[in-house]
Design a protein around this ligand. Sequence first.
Ligand SMILES: Cc1cc2nc3c(=O)[nH]c(=O)nc-3n(C[C@H](O)[C@H](O)[C@H](O)COP(=O)(O)OP(=O)(O)OC[C@H]3O[C@@H](n4cnc5c(N)ncnc54)[C@H](O)[C@@H]3O)c2cc1C
Length: 291
Amino acid sequence: MDFLRPPSWHEALALKAARPDAVPIQGGTDVMVEINFDVRRPSALLDLNPVTELAGWETVDGRLRIGAGLPYGRLIAELGDRAPGLAQAARTVGSPQIRNRGTVGGNLGAASPAGDCHPPLLAAGAEVEVESVAGGVRMIPIDAFYLGVKRNAVRDDELIRAVWLDPAPGPQHFSKIGTRNAMVIAVCSFAVALHPGERRVGTGIGSAAPTPLRAPEAEAFLADGLDGLDWSGPLPEGLAERFGELVGEAVSPIDDVRGTAGYRRHALAVMARRTLTWAWNDHLAATGMVS
Ligand SMILES: Cc1cc2nc3c(=O)[nH]c(=O)nc-3n(C[C@H](O)[C@H](O)[C@H](O)COP(=O)(O)OP(=O)(O)OC[C@H]3O[C@@H](n4cnc5c(N)ncnc54)[C@H](O)[C@@H]3O)c2cc1C
C-alpha cells in the first residue's frame, strides 16, 4: 500500500488527480477500522493531516467555512455558539479520543446514514466545498450530497475542502437515540434549526433511510403553522405533535440489530416534537416573549 503525504492542499489535489484510487485519510477513525477489519485494502492512502489549512475554520462574508479536517473537539470548543446544532451532534460522537481525531470532513466522506453531523448540516442548509485540479471548486448543496448508503457526490479526483453554513440565525437542537449514552451509533437521530428571519424551520434525519434526509412536508407544515402564529406565543396545541407525525412519515427505515423500523418512526416523531418544543422555547426566550 502506498502512503502519500502531501504537505499542502495544492499538492494533495495534484496527488488525487494522479492517483484517483488513493483513499483520503484524516482522523482515520473510519478508515483505520475498515482496514483493520479487512473491509477494504486500498492501493494507496492519501494522508491529509499535514495539510494544516484543512484543520481550521473562518468566517467569510458572514458565513462559516469549517475545514474538513477540523476535529470534533475543536468544533465543540470553538463553534458551540455559531453552530450549536452541529456542536451538539459532535458532543455525542464516540469518546474523547474519537472526538480528538474524528472530523466533519471524515463524517461527510464516510456518508454513513448514521453519521451524526448529517442531520444538523441538513437542518442548517449547509453546502459542501469540494475541489479537484480538473474541475476547480464545486459547491454541493447538502441535500444533493448524499447519494446512497455510504455514497456521496464527491468524484474520484476531488477532495472535500470545507463545509459552509450560516452562523445559526435561531435556536438549533439535535437529539440521538442509542442503546446507551455514549460511544454509540445512532439508532436514529433528528436535528431542527429555526430560521426566524426566513420564517422557516429546517430538519435533518439520521439512520432512518438509505441516506440522511430532510422532512420537507413537516417543514412546510411548520412554516405555515408558525407564520399563522406570527412567530410569537406558545406553540398551539397539536402543532408539535403533527410535526412529529410528519417527520415519522418522511422516513423509510429498516429493521436491523439496532432497532425496528416501527421503533425508529415512533422515536423520530417523539424527538421531532421534543426538539421543536425546546427550540421554540429558546426562540421565545431570545426574543423576550417569555422571561
Ligand atoms: C469507536 C468509534 C466510535 C464512533 N462513534 C461515532 C459516533 O458516535 N457518531 C458518528 O457519526 N461517527 C462515529 N464514528 C465514526 C467516525 O469517528 C466518524 O465518522 C468521523 O467523523 C470520521 O472522521 P475521520 O476524520 O476520522 O475520517 P477518516 O476515517 O479519516 O475518513 C472517513 C472517510 O472520509 C474520507 N475522507 C476524509 N477526509 C476527506 C476529504 N478531505 N475529502 C474526501 N474524503 C475524505 C475517507 O477517505 C473515508 O472514506 C466512530 C468511530 C469509532 C472508531
